[in-house]
Design a protein around this ligand. Structure first.
Ligand code: FES
Ligand code: FES
Length: 154
């Protein structure tokens, strides 16, 4: 049996532990903000946090998250208060179709925890999620805005 939490809620899983975490989250936890894109760890649409680190849930077996705290986009806000990355995304009007955006936001939220003032190069290296709509210019602006919001300066 694998035990873990999803957005603070305790969960137990008794099924096939080789199942990708992505399937568990979408089919059993109901957190459908996490998306399936490529299935091979390339696009980042499936990004969630495991113990605060951004991981690609399409290639993460459920067996590997025993005891972990998992956060999805549904659990990122603090109650009614949006996470600074979510707030910056609204202010910079980032999404186009939106498909990649939950994964982008989760990747950026994890980046800013480790690097509160990322340079453009840090962003290029730290957020490798693919956006087929090409929102990269707004993404980058919003990441800098989120960093400022997080510091309380915007
Ligand atoms: S669906 Fe996981 S990286 Fe593309
Ligand atoms: S907004 Fe459409 S894939 Fe990124």
């Amino acid at each position: 049996m694998t035990r873990f939490t999803v957005n603070g809620e305790r969960r137990e899983f008794n099924g096939d532990e080789t199942m990708p975490l992505l399937w568990y989250l979408r089919e059993e936890a109901g957190t459908k903000g996490v998306k399936y894109g490529c299935g091979i760890a390339q696009c980042g649409a499936c990004t969630v946090h495991v113990n605060g680190a951004a991981i690609r849930s399409c290639v993460t077996p459920v067996s590997s998250v025993d005891g972990a705290e998992i956060t999805t986009i549904e659990g990122l806000a603090d109650g009614e208060n949006l996470h600074p990355v979510q707030q910056a995304w609204i202010e910079e009007d980032v999404p186009q179709c939106g498909y990649c955006q939950a994964g982008q936001i989760m990747a950026v939220a994890a980046l800013l925890e480790n690097n509160p003032e990322p340079s453009d190069e840090d962003i290029n290296n730290g957020v490798t999620n693919i956006c087929r709509c090409g929102t990269y210019f707004r993404l980058r602006k919003a990441i800098h805005r989120a960093a400022a919001l997080k510091k309380g300066g915007a």
